[in-house]
Design a protein around this ligand. Structure first.
Ligand code: NAD
Length: 330
């Protein structure tokens, strides 16, 4: 049977996920959680959602009595993820939570504990873990085709618009570019290396202290790994760029663009990569259905522990900046 999904937070990304799920083989959208009553008739019609599967943020607990929903996909502002995931877990439903998992590692730990206590699965919306070009590069590195990995260079950023949006408010976003898109660079450095970083150091640049009064605009950070590999990463709300480059002693891989919705493009020392082009969220939700319904595991994982590992490093990056670019041990 298919995984029956309710989306909480019908904003721009929630809408993208819902549309992508129309093409899923193993997952279907069956419910919504929204605080915007005007969206209810639109979504009910578009996705054939019955009244009994429509909830708001106050009634989520009642989902406990609804056997027709397996999992809730939390797609709300970052700082609300912890509260929302814990609400869903208390209602006895599995949870998929968007990245960044939370605004701090402390909150990520609370979310993991709540899901363990409730006996529900917690997955994080790392869509690239299901993306063929990304997977191909991971597989080639793991098969030793690049030799020993020595250096990773990667960056992602975009020029953010509307100055009133939640992404620029610390209380809802937790942080700026780093939390939003820099996390992709961090996550990639971790999954390409198949190691956990042992130190990080970071630098912040702010060219518009009014727009970016509450959150970071541009951050560069460097990660050191036990093997000696170093990763140089950058992220910005004021530079449009995205690329991932990994150099080993026998070869290299490059994805450019690397992190957006695609199509991802790539090449290695052996030539251009030619993988299937997929809608990331369709592949992700089919893959997550297999994880939730059939206990399948994937490598790199997309569970709460994977989200927490990123949050620990994000915390350390902000701490490094607070301490004048101090080298933080992890
Ligand atoms: P958005 O502003 O378009 O949507 C947020 C939704 O949350 C809205 O429907 C809003 O009504 C709802 N919401 C509930 N409580 C709210 C509150 N107190 N204040 C503001 N909004 C509230 O944002 P988005 O771009 O859809 O991002 C949502 C989440 O999805 C973020 O965590 C973001 O990092 C993540 N995201 C992930 C990807 C990806 O590629 N994986 C892409 C975009 C966004």
């Amino acid at each position: 049977r298919k995984l029956r999904v309710a989306i909480m937070g019908l904003g721009s990304y929630g809408t993208r996920v819902a549309k992508a799920m129309k093409d899923c083989q193993s997952a279907e959208l069956v419910g919504i959680v929204t605080g915007s009553p005007e969206k209810i008739p639109v979504w009910k019609k578009e996705y054939n959602i019955p009244d009994k599967n429509v909830y708001n943020y106050e009634t989520v607990g009642q989902m406990k009595n609804n056997p027709d929903i397996d999992v809730v996909y939390v797609i709300t502002p970052n700082s609300l993820h912890a509260k929302h995931v814990m609400q869903v877990a208390a209602a006895g439903k599995h949870v998929i939570c968007e990245k960044p998992m939370a605004d701090t590692a402390a909150n990520a730990r609370k979310m993991i504990a709540a899901c363990e206590k409730a006996g529900v699965k917690l997955l994080i919306g790392y869509r690239l873990h299901f993306e063929p070009y990304t997977r191909k590069v991971i597989e080639m590195i793991q098969a030793g085709e690049m030799g020993k990995l020595n250096y990773i260079d990667n960056y992602q950023g975009f020029k953010i618009g509307d100055p009133t949006q939640w992404r620029l408010k610390k209380s809802l976003a937790g942080g700026g570019a780093l939390m939003d898109v820099g996390i992709y660079c961090l996550n990639a450095a971790r999954y390409l290396s198949n190691e956990e970083p042992i130190w990080v150091t970071a630098q912040e640049t702010k060219t518009d202290p009014v727009k970016f009064a509450e959150v970071d605009e541009t951050i560069q950070f460097q990660l050191g790994f036990p093997s000696g590999l170093v990763a140089s990463c950058a992220t910005s709300y004021n530079i449009r760029f995205e690329r991932l480059y990994a150099q080993g002693d026998k070869g290299f891989a490059e994805l450019s663009p690397a992190y957006g919705y695609g199509p991802i493009k790539g090449r290695t020392h052996k030539g251009p990569l030619d993988e299937p082009v997929v809608t990331h969220q369709t592949a992700q939700m089919d893959g997550m259905a297999d994880i939730i319904l059939n206990n399948k595991t994937i490598d790199p994982p997309v569970d709460g522990q994977e989200g927490l590992k990123d949050m620990i490093v994000l915390d350390a990056i902000y701490e490094s900046i607070r301490k004048g670019s101090a080298k933080m041990k992890l």
